[in-house]
Design a protein around this ligand. Sequence first.
Ligand code: GTP
Ligand code: MG
Length: 217
Amino acid sequence: MTGLPFPLAAAPDETAQERGRKLFAGQAAFLKGVVAMSGMPPANRLEVCFAGRSNVGKSTLINALTGHKALARASNTPGRTQEINFFTLGNTHYLVDLPGYGFAKAPVAVVEKWQKLLRAYLSGRPTLRRAFVLIDARHGIKTVDQDILTLLDKAAVPFQVVLTKTDKVKAAAQDAVLEQVRGALQPHPAAYPELVLTSSETGDGIPTLRSIIAGLA
Ligand code: GTP
Ligand code: MG
């Protein structure tokens, strides 16, 4: 895979995998849902956030990473997670579940409020080490995803694309989507140059993502 722009993240070696496993074996707990910057918990530990359109699988991925069934609420109702939800992982990390975007039925005023909060959050957290932008492996990067990518560029928050729901695509279709994603990421300076393929259903890619997060410390 070397030579390709935005190659797939290599599977972690044993040490890295063990580091990821250990980190995520630590206790994970819901801390709070935040609707304004004034409600943010102290920025006193390493933080990663999960962004992506409604229904892409953010909450499900957090559940898979932490080995919980229902730590982050996951549902079939798009737009369910409307607050910035903070989870603690051990006493060293925050995992942050961002509100999903691109939910057509959300009223304009609600969307604007989310965007304002999101902008403030992305540029106001010095401990935010990386944003994971989740993209449905069946669909690739769509117009609705562009706003967050631009926001991350502007806030200079390094972001890494995580393809979700890979259990729902065949290999050939996945290759086409990967090519589309690679092209769409080219203009984004904040894009981390490796992609991660995941399925919360089968567990594929979960150890890799765990070790990537553990490696940020
Ligand atoms: P919002 O909170 O609305 O922004 O959505 P979300 O991004 O948190 O999505 P959520 O985790 O609630 O998942 C949406 C739906 O996709 C649920 O029905 C999940 O079970 C399903 N889902 C999530 N990840 C996967 C996956 O890897 N494979 C499959 N097959 N389904 C998945
Ligand atoms: Mg959610």
